[in-house]
Design a protein around this ligand. Sequence first.
Ligand code: URA
Length: 206
Amino acid sequence: MAQDQLFGPEARSLEELREAAVDCKACDLWKTGTQTVFGEGAESAEIVLVGEQPGDKEDLEGRPFVGPAGRVLDEGLEAAGIDRSLAYVTNAVKHFKWLGRGKRRIHQKPNAAELAACRPWLDAELAVVQPKVLVALGATAAQALLGRQFRVTKQRGVPVDSDLAPYVLATVHPSSILRQETEDDRTAAMADFVADLKVVAKLLRA
Ligand code: URA
């Protein structure tokens, strides 16, 4: 089923959306991605976490945030007292965009057209799950959800006005923690990430 046949006024289930997204060709990333990596989690989830796009491991496994960035995310959620099994985890773009360098597949940032092509899936996921708290992980997701002028560095951890959910906020992408050069910087970046997620935990209890 094509995207435009799916997004009528009737509520769709996540299962229906996931099945339809398997064959998505709304942009060209399906040609090089192994598979569509759709969101994962309960329809009744109170929190939706949105990343940028699947990474190498996610592309191969077909599940979001199961690679190194996913391990950082899990660690942060646990430290903030949020049970990942109660969250719905997804991405702004659902195919892995990469460039080959030797045997490695190097992550490439999705462009505006790819983000726009994938946006109906994210909107449909949000319409079904209707989370209490929506969290953008990193600048790509934050700008896709909150506008191009949004600056994660300045506005992280603070709920912002949005029609997307009762509470919407952004924090850094977990992979930015992995990219820190020293152990001390990694520890500090992780502490800041956990502090943002503690805001999320508080909003969940509000
Ligand atoms: N990075 C993301 O943004 N999403 C994933 O699923 C994995 C890595």
